[in-house]
Design a protein around this ligand. Structure first.
Ligand SMILES: Nc1ncnc2c1ncn2[C@@H]1O[C@H](COP(=O)(O)OP(=O)(O)OP(=O)(O)O)[C@@H](O)[C@H]1O
Ligand SMILES: O=C(O)C1=C[C@@H](O)[C@@H](O)[C@H](O)C1
Ligand SMILES: [Mg+2]
Length: 192
């Protein structure tokens, strides 16, 4: 989901793996001559943005040794999964209330699907929008190979709140989940 930390944590994961870090939003912006994602939505429309996103994804899918932060909406088009499956997909499953707090703190103007919420009611407004988006997308996010569930992680590590999970802790957890995934795959292949 938008604001889940794909860009922030993706960079740390890439560093740990000594991989290149790539961000599909950034590549779309570059291809559009430096137009921001927010400007793209405003001057064109979401359909055109999604077309540009698929074009970028096709190129990214043949890139090796890289961590890719995708746009949060990339999961919705079934065609995109053909390309996403060229890599290992990770879902950062962040509770929506924590997401709402984060996106408002970072400024919702950079996230066009959330509108520009400011003031006291901003978190409540952002949460409503995030809930509607998530309801539609949840089955698609669940198709990821690996999920990092922040709520479970908070309990397991004995933290009090999701906001206590630093990007570094999350990146470490991603590495653990990736290892688990490949071990299971290896064991499955050996048993078959
Ligand atoms: N674990 C974390 N703890 C505290 N703040 C975080 C954490 N992860 C991300 N953030 C902050 O939350 C905001 C959103 O993070 P980020 O831009 O990485 O999300 P994103 O998933 O890439 O969003 P988008 O889909 O809009 O590109 C940023 O301001 C970032 O600094
Ligand atoms: O979740 C989404 O649909 C989006 C997430 C961002 O990464 C950007 O791709 C854009 O703001 C749309
Ligand atoms: Mg991002």
């Amino acid at each position: 989901m938008m604001g889940s930390g794909k860009t922030t944590v993706g960079k740390l994961l890439a560093e740990a793996l000594e991989y290149e870090f790539l961000d599909s939003d950034k590549l779309i912006e570059d291809a559009a001559g430096g137009m921001t994602v927010a400007q793209f939505f405003k001057e064109q429309d979401e359909e055109k943005f999604r077309n540009a996103e698929t074009e970028v994804l096709v190129k990214l899918s043949s890139t090796g040794r890289s961590v890719v932060a995708t746009g949060g909406g990339i999961v919705v088009r079934p065609l995109n999964w053909t390309y996403l499956r060229q890599g290992l997909t990770i879902w950062l499953n962040v509770p929506l209330d924590a997401l709402a707090e984060r996106v408002v703190a970072a400024g919702t103007h950079t996230r066009p699907l959330l509108g520009d919420s400011q003031g006291d009611a901003a978190v409540v407004k952002a949460l409503e929008k995030l809930k509607a988006i998530y309801k539609f997308r949840a089955p698609s996010y669940a198709k990821a190979d690996v999920a990092v569930c922040f709520q479970e992680l908070v309990v397991r590590l004995g933290y009090e709140h999701v906001r206590d999970l630093s990007p570094m802790v999350i990146a470490f957890q991603m590495l653990e989940e990736i290892n688990k995934f490949y071990k299971m795959k290896k064991n499955g292949a050996a048993a078959a």
